[in-house]
Design a protein around this ligand. Structure first.
Ligand code: SF4
Length: 263
């Protein structure tokens, strides 16, 4: 299998291409799908100090040397580039240097907060061909710690988005999963007040401990749309949320997933 691949199924909504540099994570999100997707025991996935995939930089060099990839590559679906990796994310730096040299557009989605800022200079060199996003789940720090015990705090993630945005980096926020709608809506309000996010991508919680069945998704989507349209923000509503709230009318790029990619 190629190191740069086309995500299948629901993952395709995130990006036309993806690349996973680590296959483990220190963020310990309760809802993480990765161990199941990789048919691994959680103990083999949630570890301290994940190592980069063996030979990944050599593989990337070969793949990028063969074909020019012009579609956005997302880092990453498995693992998080800016969790507490064994190499302090040095392999991410090397991969980004390669993507930059080969003019490959990149999106990075992380819950690592300020850990990504060690690569800020490199992000700047991409210009408009990179976007950096944070998954925003809970505004309440105690809830965030309960659900994503190894990830950065909400305040750290929000401050990092602001720093990135102030440095001219295109930013996005991913609201998936939505576990408590009011928490997600408050995070949207805070990022709007900060003017720190360029694009919002909003989904829902799916099939997790029955919690998703207790949520009024129509009410959540109505409030989301009102908030984001009112702030004149670009946003994309994911398929599962649209399907759970079909009475809410959406238009144009609000339902076009590739509209918000970088090129
Ligand atoms: S950050 Fe992503 S890969 Fe890491 S534990 Fe959380 S959901 Fe899983």
């Amino acid at each position: 299998m190629s190191i740069i691949y086309q995500p299948a199924g629901k993952a395709r909504e995130y990006s036309p291409k993806a690349c996973n540099i680590y296959l483990q994570c220190t963020h310990n999100c309760k809802y993480c799908y990765a161990p199941k997707a990789m048919q691994r025991n959680p103990e083999n996935y949630f570890v301290t100090n994940p190592q980069p995939r063996i030979g990944i930089i050599e593989h990337l060099k070969k793949e990028l040397g063969k074909t020019r990839i012009t579609e956005q590559v997302l880092l990453s679906f498995i693992g998080d580039c800016y969790c507490e990796t064994a190499d302090n994310s040095e392999t991410v730096r090397q991969a980004l240097e390669l993507f930059l040299a080969h003019k490959t557009p990149v999106a990075i989605l992380t819950k690592g907060g300020a850990r990504c800022l060690k690569h800020l200079d490199l992000f700047k060199r991409f210009g408009e061909h990179i976007q950096i996003g944070a998954t925003l789940t809970f505004n309440d720090e105690a809830k965030s710690l309960e659900w994503e015990s190894g990830a950065a705090t909400p305040n750290d993630r929000l401050a990092t988005l602001k720093t990135l945005h102030e440095n001219g980096i295109r930013t996005f926020a991913s609201f998936e999963p939505v576990i408590e709608p009011n928490e997600s809506l408050e995070l949207m309000r805070r990022t709007i007040a900060d003017n720190s996010v360029d694009v919002y991508k909003v989904g829902k919680l799916n099939n997790y401990m029955g919690i998703d069945k207790t949520i009024d998704w129509t009410d959540f989507l109505k409030k989301t749309v009102e908030l984001l349209r009112g702030a004149n923000k670009a946003f994309y509503i994911k398929y599962d949320l649209r399907a759970a709230a079909p009475s809410v009318k959406l238009y144009g790029n609000e339902v076009l997933s590739d509209e918000h990619n970088v090129y």
